[in-house]
Design a protein around this ligand. Structure first.
Ligand code: BGC
Length: 416
């Protein structure tokens, strides 16, 4: 055996022993642990199994604020990266800049990804002109989820303005219901903040503050007003909100305990998983004031550099399956999101899915599509985390609205 061959073999053995990944198997790190999310993971696992690819599950609970990225960092530092990792926006770019991600260009060219993946997603799936991640969906964060029976009982129509939204929550509260189901976790606070910033300031302001990080916008009266709306929302959550998982908040709307939840459309996955139908037992509408805009995030699978050829093949098989039109439909029906391809007909989707697809296309065409700050698509993780701290401290009463806006300016400046 030549020295080269020996080296290759020992590298392969090392890769196998450190990753514990057998031939034709993927180890997937993700934070999809709620009922609806687990069902969505099931569609991917089954699709891969049908192609003879095994699945080693590596779930990290905690929703959008899970420690998945910390776990990942530890694994990579130990020389033991998982084969595929659920990842959002700017994190993909950070890992690509480190040279940690595999190049998917050949597969992308063969399957024409350039032509079907929208530009807003390609901005994150590619680095330096090369494909480094396979997008599985598009979620958006500016949704309200509502219990239809409760709306009927309270005589509430879908609100079309902030004032009507507040009036609806007042009516729910007066009737002894929880007006707004919410879980007090930094990422959930940040998720509703996305919509308050967009609702008060509109698209140009969202761009200036959340994407361009303009200190004048961050510290403006408009931002103070966004924080004041957060205070209004804070007044409508129940006493036990602190630390509650997002899916338990969704369950409160499902079981009629609460009227509304402001949450990304992964919440729809919980309604669907409970056997409920959009437009019947539950309704979705855009957070009043944000109509015409979409704050999006896209779950992508970043493929890490691995040396074992069998693992590389499994990665490509997974990326190929993820982008296939059939899978994009099957997965997103369950997940609550919409496809990451522009060529999928919407007729198989429910009322919320069809609305989501149409509004996404419209927003993309009209300059109304923006990355969600809360979900890593507006600015890099360091800035995002700095924003989380201020938003959560304010939500929990540490700052008044004016102080929060001033703190936001300082925190963002330090984080850059
Ligand atoms: C992800 C969703 C996930 C949600 C809650 C978001 O950041 O994009 O896929 O369902 O977090 O866990």
């Amino acid at each position: 055996m030549t020295m080269m061959k020996k080296l290759h073999m020992s590298a392969a053995i090392l890769a196998l022993s450190t990753t514990a990944v057998a031939a034709q198997e993927v180890e997937v790190l993700h934070w999809w642990t709620s009922g609806g999310e687990a069902a969505a993971v099931g569609t991917l696992r089954d699709t891969l199994a049908a192609g003879g690819i095994g699945w080693q599950d590596m779930p990290v609970a905690g929703g959008g604020g899970s420690d998945a990225m910390t776990v990942l960092r530890a694994r990579v530092t130990a020389g033991d990266a998982p084969t595929a990792v659920q990842m959002l926006g700017f994190s993909i770019q950070d890992w690509a800049a480190e040279g940690a991600l595999a190049n998917l260009d050949a597969l992308a060219a063969e399957q024409g990804w350039n032509d079907v993946v929208p530009a807003a997603l390609q901005a994150f799936s590619t680095y330096d002109g090369h494909w480094v991640a396979a997008p599985v969906n598009v979620h958006s964060t500016n949704w309200v989820w509502a219990n239809s029976a409760l709306m009927a009982e309270l005589g509430i129509e879908q609100p079309t303005s902030w004032d009507e939204f507040v009036a609806a929550m007042e009516a729910a509260e007066a009737a002894g219901h929880v007006a707004l189901a919410h879980g007090g976790q930094a990422w959930q606070d940040a998720t509703i903040f996305d919509s308050m910033v967009m609702g008060v300031g509109g698209p140009d302001f969202y761009q200036a503050a959340m994407v361009d990080l303009d200190p004048a916008a961050l510290g403006s009266d408009t931002m103070v007003e966004a924080f004041q709306r957060m205070e209004t929302l804070r007044g409508f959550v129940d006493d036990n909100f602190s630390g509650r998982d997002w899916n338990l908040a969704t369950a409160m709307v499902i079981n009629g305990e609460a009227l509304f939840q402001i949450m990304g459309d992964w919440a729809k996955g919980e309604f669907v998983n409970a056997g409920l139908t959009a437009g019947n037992e539950f309704q979705c509408f855009r957070v009043p004031g944000t109509e015409g805009t979409v704050t999006f995030n896209s779950d992508q699978f970043a493929m890490f550099n691995v040396s074992d050829p069998a693992a590389q093949e499994a990665q490509l098989a997974m990326a190929s399956a993820v982008l296939s039109p059939e899978f994009q439909v099957a997965f997103n029906l369950v997940k609550g999101s919409v496809p990451a391809r522009t060529d999928i007909p919407s007729d198989q989707f429910d009322a919320c899915g069809q609305m989501g697809m149409a509004q996404l296309a419209e927003a993309a065409a009209n300059g109304g599509l923006f990355g969600s700050m809360a979900h890593g698509h507006a600015n890099p993780p360091a800035v995002q985390n700095a924003m989380y701290d201020v938003i959560t401290a304010h939500f929990n009463g540490e700052y008044d609205a004016a102080t929060a806006a001033a703190e936001l300016v300082t925190a963002v400046e330090i984080a850059q």
